[in-house]
Design a protein around this ligand. Structure first.
Ligand SMILES: NC(=O)c1ccc[n+]([C@@H]2O[C@H](COP(=O)([O-])OP(=O)(O)OC[C@H]3O[C@@H](n4cnc5c(N)ncnc54)[C@H](O)[C@@H]3O)[C@@H](O)[C@H]2O)c1
Length: 340
């Protein structure tokens, strides 16, 4: 059985690939190294065992097809993507080409060359727009919903920002290919995944980014950094080890899960606002952080926490890593990066 991981040198992809190698699976990785740090992840994976690597681009249909012609693919984890809302505003065409065209190229290769294969797609909470129906109240450190704590898959789809449109389009194409062509496609809608091997930037990967800011504050107590909005926006933190188990579970349970979309996150007990993360880091690293406030990012949800119950029902999966343990791991990873 061969697994193809697109974006396999990225953050989630390298963790997933490492686990597949550890389990002795046949793995094929496709990545174009767009994300800084990806060659280092490739070397780290090579130190873990054997796999095939293609320096290739999902935007190029011939690149994708040639991998399917060379290998009999049983499962595709489609993680290659343009991953930030901010950069989608700077270059919407590129965002469209990577996320929509790249996904169609993967789906067409599956439809024509590997119709029995599972395809699991990493979509986003951004497909739910601003979640205006979720009534919130303001607490000292966070926004909190009046009603249910978790957002389920019945939330209205609303595509805002080019990134929301491109992730949403690919998300819907996955479900359409399942409906009309019988492709075994499964969609995961994630908000915040974090942990080791994430090369966090100002644009994406906020937990790792603010861990970096806390560490810089430890080195220089006058260090300042920016945050968008009031810092009370809440997300549920999904540790990458839980994400990896979820991807594997999708393939194991594909007969039940095909054609379905799932909200996948750390759940309410692992939710945090930016301010709450700062308080946590201040305590852990014995620092006082100095965020400088910038305007809200476009269409930033004030609150998103996944209701994981559909995933638990269909995939026999639930997150296991607490936010405290996960943040300790994220700090350790940032420390390791600084040391090398
Ligand atoms: N990390 C999160 O919090 C999060 C949240 C929601 C959704 N997602 C989605 O999960 C997936 C993986 O995210 P990640 O955090 O690992 O991101 P990442 O940037 O670390 O990984 C993406 C990988 O795809 C590669 N890539 C980009 N464009 C490519 C192309 N055209 N062809 C081949 N490779 C290409 C990059 O080089 C990188 O290695 C993405 O699709 C992302 O949108 C992630």
């Amino acid at each position: 059985m061969a697994y193809l991981v697109t974006g396999g040198c990225g953050f989630v992809g390298s963790n997933l690939t490492a686990e597949l190698i550890r389990q002795g699976k046949k793995v094929i990785v496709l990545d174009n190294f767009t994300r800084p740090g990806t060659p280092t992840n490739l070397q780290w994976l090579r130190d873990r065992g054997e796999f095939s690597f293609y320096h290739a681009d999902t935007r190029n249909a011939a690149d994708v097809e040639s991998v399917f012609r060379k290998h009999k693919i049983d499962c595709v984890f489609h993680l290659a993507g343009q991953v930030a809302m901010t950069t989608s505003l700077e270059n919407p065409r590129r965002d469209f080409e990577v996320n929509v065209l790249g996904s169609i190229n993967v789906l067409e290769a599956v439809r024509l060359l590997a119709p029995e294969a599972t395809v699991v797609y990493a979509s986003s909470n951004k497909v739910y727009g601003e979640l205006e129906n979720c009534v919130l109240r303001e607490l000292p450190t966070r926004w909190e919903p009046e009603g249910a704590k978790g957002i389920d898959e019945h939330a209205r789809l609303e595509f805002f920002t080019p990134y929301g449109c491109s992730k949403g389009a690919a998300d819907q194409y996955m479900l359409e290919y399942a409906r009309n062509f019988g492709v075994n496609a499964v969609v995961f809608r994630h908000s915040t995944i974090y942990g080791g091997r994430q090369i966090s930037t100002f644009d994406q990967g906020w937990v790792g980014w603010f861990c970096q800011q806390a560490m810089q504050t430890a080195a220089d107590p006058a260090h300042t950094f920016t945050m968008n909005g009031d810092g009370k926006q809440v997300r549920d933190l999904l540790h990458v080890s839980d994400a990896v188990r979820c991807y594997l579970a999708a393939h194991d349970h594909v007969q039940q899960a095909k054609g379905q979309a799932f909200n996948i996150g750390g759940g309410y007990e692992n939710s945090m606002s930016l301010r709450e993360l700062f308080l946590h880091l201040e305590q852990k690293l014995r620092v006082r952080m100095h965020p400088v406030t910038l305007p809200w990012r476009a269409n930033d949800q004030k609150y998103f926490v996944a209701d994981n119950s559909k995933a638990t029902r269909f995939l026999q999966w639930r997150p296991q890593t607490s936010k405290e343990a996960g943040i300790a791991d994220a700090i350790a990873w940032e420390q390791e990066r600084r040391a090398t």
